[in-house]
Design a protein around this ligand. Structure first.
Ligand SMILES: Cc1cc2nc3c(=O)[nH]c(=O)nc-3n(C[C@H](O)[C@H](O)[C@H](O)COP(=O)(O)OP(=O)(O)OC[C@H]3O[C@@H](n4cnc5c(N)ncnc54)[C@H](O)[C@@H]3O)c2cc1C
Ligand code: SF4
Length: 489
């Protein structure tokens, strides 16, 4: 039995990363392989097994954190894997990529360092795969009814896996040539190596989920026809409409949306392209934006050999600790350095400029982008402060300004008669149902740009809603109810 007072004697220890310079020479994940297991038992032992585990309620999936922390501390890895997989279809993705609201809400974080919940999760899932404990779970009985899922990001995949396991003949339709959504073509391989996604897809195929890739529903297949040919339909098409920056020079050659740039780099990694059509190699690069997508552009540009990379973030630099309005257990907006920022420091690549609003893209004599103009942003309305304008040389500018909702022109929305909310997201009720009978919405398509953990949670909840619609009742777990759905992160 592990020491239950270990939080008093054991300091929080993070997962070891490879040297930043070494990382820049390849596209493999940034963490040192095998460096996690030796420390994680002791880290899990720091968990106090709280009577009211705030970590559990802060997780959109309702992960059973204290349970698997205790099992890992007691070295019962197999039982820990079973508890983890009971609430999360894809812990190998969240264990690597989640911002971990559970850690912000950990009781130890009130006045100290949270349990390294995410690392424990990752150690459990990697071990479960290694030991063959995360096996395909084909249904015991086929239901005979058919469900179509449109979109194969984490929301569509989670919904499909739950529905297949419940006995429905489930087909996932994906317009791209490979399934995975943003896990495949958005997030770079240095944060998620794609063999991990392929392994999960193989498991889903072995369970009976069918995939039809290269099919854009609404264009290649009429959405009404698809709905008529199945018993229920889940729309999980993401929120791929990019936010624009309507400033002078936006149309110049050399200014690109970040997601296009990241997709090209991922296609090189997949072996589809010998070289990206747009590369940062030898160029001065400006990234406009301050979130995950911007950080992924930074890591990608550095690996491509950019001459310099400057990041312009319109928001002021966040405080180092919790602001008074964001007390524990809220997931706070604090200054964070991603692994890409760590690499940027090591490569002396360029500054990260806060409270900077981009005012225009300037052409050179050849008509291509030569500089990016920006100014200090007024705190009140983020407008440019007069007299602070300056420009920096750039041959490549990447717009990482977030997403506004599902793309408007794909046909699917109008063909199914789906309504959109004022924010552009697809309207659904608290049970994930739309006004079209038997049509449900999950993930970023309904919630707006969000997180993988929310996409998985919504996929699971939408699957439970489909099961209830078709059978009148469900035993599938639905992590998110009406009230929780309103929470945002
Ligand atoms: C660069 C980047 C980095 C990110 N990093 C993180 C991170 O570190 N951690 C985190 O938690 N979140 C991160 N996110 C957010 C996260 O990836 C998304 O919230 C999540 O992928 C949403 O899942 P989804 O299934 O709703 O949609 P998506 O992953 O967008 O998948 C939607 C799928 O639907 C398909 N589709 C669309 N229309 C049709 C159609 N008509 N017919 C057929 N298929 C269609 C699309 O091709 C796509 O494959 C990141 C996002 C980006 C862009
Ligand atoms: S809040 Fe922290 S200490 Fe308490 S059960 Fe959760 S992980 Fe353990």
């Amino acid at each position: 039995m592990a020491d239950r007072m270990a939080f008093l004697t054991t300091a929080r220890a993070e997962r070891e990363r490879r040297d930043a310079q070494e990382r820049l020479g390849d596209w493999r994940e940034v963490y040192r392989p095998g460096a996690l297991l030796p420390v994680v038992g002791g880290q899990a032992g720091r968990c106090m097994d709280c009577g009211l585990p705030f970590c559990h309620s802060a997780c959109p999936l309702g992960n059973l954190v204290p349970e698997w922390n205790r099992l890992v501390a007691d070295a019962d890895w197999r039982a820990a894997a079973a508890r983890l997989l009971a609430t999360n279809n894809f812990p190998e993705f969240t264990g690597r990529l989640c911002p971990a609201p559970c850690e912000s809400a950990c009781v130890l974080a009130i006045d100290g360092a949270a349990v390294t919940i995410k690392n424990v999760e990752l150690a459990i899932t990697d071990r479960a795969w290694e030991q063959g404990w995360d096996l395909p779970q084909p249904p015991e009985r086929a239901d005979g009814r058919r469900v179509a899922v449109v979109g194969s990001g984490p929301a569509g995949l989670a919904a499909a896996q739950q529905l297949t396991r419940a006995g429905y003949a489930t087909t996932v339709y994906e317009r791209a040539d490979r399934p995975g959504g943003l896990l495949r073509y958005g997030i770079p391989p240095f944060r998620l190596e794609k063999h991990r996604l392929d392994r999960r897809l193989d498991q889903m195929r072995a369970e009976g989920t069918a995939f039809r890739t290269g099919v854009c529903v609404g264009r290649d297949v009429a959405a009404g026809e698809l709905r008529a040919g199945c018993d229920a339909l889940v729309v999980a098409v993401g929120a791929a409409a990019c936010r624009e920056l309507p400033v002078p020079g936006r149309g110049l050659s050399g200014v690109h949306q970040a997601i296009d740039y990241l997709t090209w780099a991922n296609r090189v990694d997949e072996g589809d392209l010998a070289a990206p059509p747009v590369s940062a190699e030898g160029r001065h690069v400006v990234i406009v934006g301050g979130g995950d997508t911007a950080a992924d552009c930074l890591g990608t540009a550095l690996r491509q050999g950019a001459a310099s990379v400057t990041q312009l973030d319109i928001n002021p630099r966040p405080p180092a600790g919790r602001a008074p309005g964001q007390p524990w257990p809220v997931h706070p907006k604090v200054y964070r350095e991603t692994t890409s920022h760590e690499e940027s420091g090591a490569a002396e690549a360029g500054p990260r400029v806060f409270a900077a609003t981009t005012v225009g893209f300037e052409p050179g004599p050849d008509g291509r982008l030569a500089a990016v103009g920006f100014a200090e942003a007024e705190p009140a309305d983020r407008s440019p402060r007069a007299g602070t304008e300056r420009s920096i040389p750039a041959e490549l500018a990447l717009l990482a300004l977030g997403f506004t909702g599902p793309e408007p022109d794909q046909g699917l929305i109008t063909q199914l008669g789906l309504a959109t909310g004022p924010d552009g997201a697809l309207a659904r009720d608290d049970g994930f149902a739309t006004d079209a009978p038997g049509v449900f919405v999950a993930g970023d398509a309904g919630r707006g740009q969000s997180l993988i953990v929310w996409a998985i949670a919504e996929g699971r909840a939408a699957a439970a809603a489909v099961d209830r619609y078709l059978r009148g009742d469900t035993e599938l777990p639905a992590p998110i109810g009406a009230s929780a759905r309103a929470l945002t992160l």
